[in-house]
Design a protein. Structure first.
Ligand code: SF4
Length: 345
């Protein structure tokens, strides 16, 4: 999947390649939390402990070349899986080992919080996002079952170009679809998709998400002067998938995206809030439940998660872990937890 040159470049950028198609990179927020500089927005929104989070992918290749993506255009792209299929246990153990090795340097760092560092030795969450399209890994469900057995929660992000993979996906703690434009024409400009039927694939993916029983979320990456338009059209697409949560999050002027966009395309937090308010005005069953200024992110949640006037958007990870290995039907409502007051807006 990767040329020796691309591999060298990724390793230079602090990635670790696991086998032939997976990769790990420590998230900036994991380090920040260990240094006592705060946690990521998913901590505020859902209770993720950023210091115990593993950021990885099972497929470095992608079927989109999104304009706002920090990946360079040299990164591998493909529509179908054309590579060896690595063993899920090798990927799991190799990823955790590389992640912990990348973090070890913080042990001696004088500003590091010793307790938070010790906690980080025990991975509790995995974010299957990082780069590429992790959902296309042919043995993804086996890997998810291994994460469940290890008591590691699973967040999975997909760019909605593989509806069958979404339909066939085993339960994950929270499934994300990236929705990058409100119409066919703009989606082509923003995501530069490989598939000619990219729009139909998005529609089928939204329908597949509507069929999921566990937590679902649609993320809007807000790029100023590009896709922060037509809130009503966004709302129609969101309603089609009926996700539990919606995130409006600012594009970040980082990595190779700086060759394609400018700092002006990064909206201020207030602009993201204003756009989220426009979108939610067309979604009567949702309400703005939380925001995270440092990440310029706003979360909408279904009103049904406001129980007796209190938001329950956090995740009960112990309950998730038990349900995920019990082999019985379960749904979002079975592993909700109350959102601490300090994270409610
Ligand atoms: S949930 Fe995402 S942002 Fe938060 S620590 Fe994990 S990878 Fe980073």
């Amino acid at each position: 999947m990767l040329s020796p040159e691309s591999k060298r470049e990724l390793v230079r950028q602090q990635y670790r390649i696991i086998g032939s198609h997976s990769a790990v990179k420590v998230c900036g927020w994991t380090k920040k939390m260990i240094r006592g500089e705060g946690a990521c927005y998913k901590h505020a929104f859902y209770g993720i402990r950023s210091n115990q989070c593993l950021q990885m992918t099972t497929s470095i290749s992608c079927a989109n070349r999104c304009t706002f993506c920090w990946r360079g255009y040299k990164a591998p792209v493909a529509k179908e899986w054309e590579w060896d299929v690595d063993d899920p246990l090798m990927i799991l153990d190799g990823s955790i080992k590389s992640h912990l090795a990348l973090l070890i340097g913080l042990k001696g760092y004088d500003k590091a919080d010793k307790k938070l560092f010790e906690e980080s030795r025990h991975v509790k969450h995995v974010a299957l996002s990082l780069t590429g399209e992790p959902i296309v890994y042919p043995r993804i469900n086996e890997l998810l079952a291994l994460f469940n057995k290890r008591g590691i929660s699973t967040f999975m992000v997909t760019n909605a170009q593989y509806p069958d993979a979404i339909r066939d996906l085993a339960p994950v703690t929270q499934l994300y679809i990236s929705l990058d434009a409100p119409n066919r024409k703009l989606l082509k400009e923003v995501d530069v998709p490989l598939f000619r039927d990219y729009w139909d694939r998005l529609m089928q993916s939204l329908d597949a998400m509507a069929g999921k029983k566990q937590r679902t979320c649609i993320r809007l990456t807000c790029v100023k002067d590009m896709n922060m338009i037509d809130p009503e059209e966004y709302a129609k697409l969101i309603s089609r998938a009926s996700p539990d949560f919606v995130e409006c999050k600012s594009y970040m002027f980082v990595g190779a995206s700086r060759q394609r966009l400018s700092l002006k395309n990064m909206p201020y937090h207030e602009e993201v809030v204003a756009f989220a308010k426009q979108v939610v005005s067309f979604l009567p069953e949702y309400e703005i439940a939380a925001e995270h200024t440092a990440s310029r992110a706003v979360m909408l949640a279904k009103k049904e998660f406001k129980i007796k006037g209190e938001w329950h958007a956090w995740i009960d990870f112990d309950k998730w872990q038990k349900l995920s290995v019990a082999g019985k039907e379960f749904s979002t409502k079975d592993y909700l937890a109350k959102t601490p007051r300090q994270f409610i807006c």
